[in-house]
Design a protein around this ligand. Structure first.
Ligand SMILES: Nc1nc2c(ncn2[C@@H]2O[C@H](COP(=O)(O)OP(=O)(O)OP(=O)(O)O)[C@@H](O)[C@H]2O)c(=O)[nH]1
Ligand SMILES: [Mg+2]
Length: 596
């Protein structure tokens, strides 16, 4: 059987996982009567709930006697480094671009990586079913993007298709038959080269470990593409670090290949295929797994250093034990260590006293995911505000800068620019009309200045602004960034929030909870418009039937409360709404909003 390895890449939410669903379905990977969840590849709980992909996952389909390994990648910028690594195990990419939005910051990031690796992307203008689609413009912008990224002539000559991944079709023409994905399958098979590794069957076994995982039954596992040679279950092999250091020698206990949504045990791995290997105890991502005779590791990209740290401590408030049951520092430490074992982006450091742990990671979303997972497992934690990690170079202190791309209604652009270039010390890089009364602003802002900014941004733009961030580079430290000390609104009661009470509280600030939300005494339920903290009662009130959410015609309207996504939630003070807090616990709260 022929073999192809591809990755699906795109900006967040442009429809990667949904397209993979349809590819699986239409290739017959599911039994006729099999019930399959929507976005089947987003298999963990958080992914399902939040509708985002957090971990890259591999699947494989068969199309006319060709096996196509497909890697679904996460679109969020926090996981960009993982996407970059994944590109080293494929020979082609399908670049999805939302036909209404056009290329976005993460499109640029993943495209630049794919082009630099010499891949020739297939561009799919996706979601053309949207009424506001502008696929022609999106296509032009893709071409400009490729050119700006120094694409070769071959790469500039990219094939493109029009698709609605959700409706399960992709055509070469905008007014094509809109029937199925067969044209896309054919294009993948014809345009993407077969893995060159197929020629290296007779060499020694070598594979670059690309993703790390752990399985309850088989333990630590590494996934990658076999670079050369074959590997049989039971063989003894070794792991070499990027710089050629021998890390361990181990017996291969299992080899798994991807078949549809499942993984299947196989006896032998062959070159070019993407497989998962078990048996190692220390080897990790970027290490080379190879035959004992090999002494040169495969070229590997170093793992990106962490960019932020958060201190995880025990919950010492009088309400400890109320939300979760796992409160001791020993249990917390064990859990964090386990996380670090299967998540290369996370590093744990003990702190003096042993009651708290410093967790370093890639971004606010990634931290939010870990915190949320632990909370669900019954952990109670106190969490410090995130700190950006600095770097020393030639005696100079460097800090990470992010490129922020913002689309706002023209009316709000002034307020936004003032915030990011003022106290938050960003530099304006570009500002231009983006059509339909919107302005596009691109700025380079210290990561420090962005922590906690998203909530303010939403207020400043009345919830209509869109902000995207991606790592830009290192620059010398820009000096202190003054903090805005906003007070918080704290519930004085346990129970369910009442619409009328919330409506009464609106003049005090922005609410984080809506009617019927479960609240507890000490929980932060809103941001105070003044700088002090205020205890309020969200339960008190008449049971009015004519209080409705904004948008209905009733006389009394509730402003929609702010719904935090994970990354916003980690920004102070919102993060604190996750954990029980006692109202008298002033010292802790002061630490929440102070910027450093
Ligand atoms: N109109 C329209 N919506 C789509 C289409 N494909 C996906 N969507 C919607 O877009 C949203 C995001 O889809 P996903 O498949 O999760 O996007 P993704 O690129 O995997 O997102 P991340 O993995 O988080 O980066 C979902 O609400 C989908 O229902 C499409 O072809 N047309
Ligand atoms: Mg996805």
């Amino acid at each position: 059987m022929e073999l192809r390895n591809i990755a699906i890449i795109a900006h967040v939410d442009h429809g990667k996982t949904t397209l993979v669903d349809e590819l699986l379905k239409q290739s017959g990977a599911f039994r006729a009567n099999q019930a399959v969840a929507e976005r089947a590849m987003d298999s963990n709980d958080l992914e399902r709930e939040r509708g985002i992909t957090i971990m890259a996952k591999c699947t494989s389909v068969e199309w006319k006697n060709t096996r196509i390994n497909i890697v679904d990648t996460p679109g969020h910028a926090d996981f960009g480094a993982e996407v970059e690594r994944i590109l080293s195990m494929v020979d082609g990419v399908v670049l999805l671009v939302d036909a209404a939005e056009g290329p976005m910051p993460q499109t640029k990031f993943v495209t630049s990586k794919a082009l630099a690796m010499g891949l020739r992307p297939i561009v799919v203008l996706n979601k053309v079913d949207k009424p506001d689609e502008e696929s022609d413009r999106a296509l032009d912008e893709c071409f400009d993007l490729f050119a700006a990224l120094d694409a070769t002539d071959d790469q500039l000559d990219f094939p493109h298709m029009y698709a609605s991944g959700r409706s399960g079709w992709a055509d070469h023409e905008l007014d094509g038959p809109r029937k199925d994905l067969s044209a896309l399958f054919d294009l993948i098979v014809n345009h993407v080269p077969a893995p060159r590794q197929l020629q290296r069957k007779d060499e020694d076994f070598r594979m670059l470990a690309t993703t790390l995982g752990s399985d309850n039954f088989i333990g630590r596992v590494l996934t990658g593409r076999v670079e050369s040679g074959t590997l049989k279950v039971g063989a003894t092999i070794q792991a070499l670090s990027r710089v050629g250091q021998k890390i361990e020698q181990f017996r291969v206990t299992k080899i798994l290949a991807f078949r549809g949504l499942a993984q299947q045990e196989i006896d032998e791995a062959t070159p070019g295929d993407i497989v998962t290997i078990a048996g190692m105890s220390k080897a990790t991502v970027s290490d080379t797994l190879c035959a004992l005779a090999v002494d040169e590791p495969l070229e590997a990209q170093p793992i990106d250093p962490p960019t932020i740290t958060v201190t995880f401590g025990i919950n010492d408030s009088p309400l400890a034990g109320r939300e979760g049951s796992k409160v001791q520092s020993r249990v917390i430490r064990e859990r964090l260590m386990k996380e670090a074992e299967s998540n290369v982006a996370i590093k744990i450091t003990d702190t003096p006293g042993g009651e708290a742990f410093e967790v370093a990671g890639r971004g606010e979303l990634q931290m939010g995911v870990l915190i949320e997972n632990m909370r669900r497992e019954g952990f109670e934690l106190s969490i410090s505000r995130p700190q950006v990690l600095m770097r020393e170079e030639d005696g100079q202190r460097l800090e990470p800068i992010e490129e922020v791309t913002i689309d706002v209604d023209d009316d709000y652009s002034g307020a936004v620019i003032e915030k990011i270039t003022g106290a938050r010390k960003g530099d304006l890089a570009e500002m231009r009309p983006a059509g339909a009364g919107k302005t596009r602003i691109v700025a380079h802002v210290p990561a420090r200045g962005l922590i906690g900014y998203h909530g303010e941004f939403l207020t400043d733009t009345r919830g209509t602004g869109i902000m995207n961030r991606v790592f830009y580079g290192w620059a010398s430290y820009k000096g202190p960034i003054p903090g805005r000390r906003a007070g918080v609104l704290i519930s004085m009661e346990d129970g369910e929030a009442v619409a009328y009470a919330l409506w009464n509280l609106e003049e005090r600030g922005r609410m984080f909870v809506g009617p019927q939300a479960k609240v507890y005494q000490g929980m932060i339920i809103g941001e105070h418009s003044r700088d002090n903290d205020l205890e309020v009662n969200p339960l008190k009130g008449k049971k009015l039937t004519n209080v409705r959410a904004s948008g209905s015609d009733d006389a009394v309207r509730l402003t929609p409360h702010i719904n935090f996504s994970l990354e916003e939630a980690i920004a102070p003070p919102m993060l604190w709404a996750y954990i029980p807090q006692h109202r008298s616990d002033r010292s802790r709260k002061t630490g929440i909003t102070a910027h450093h």
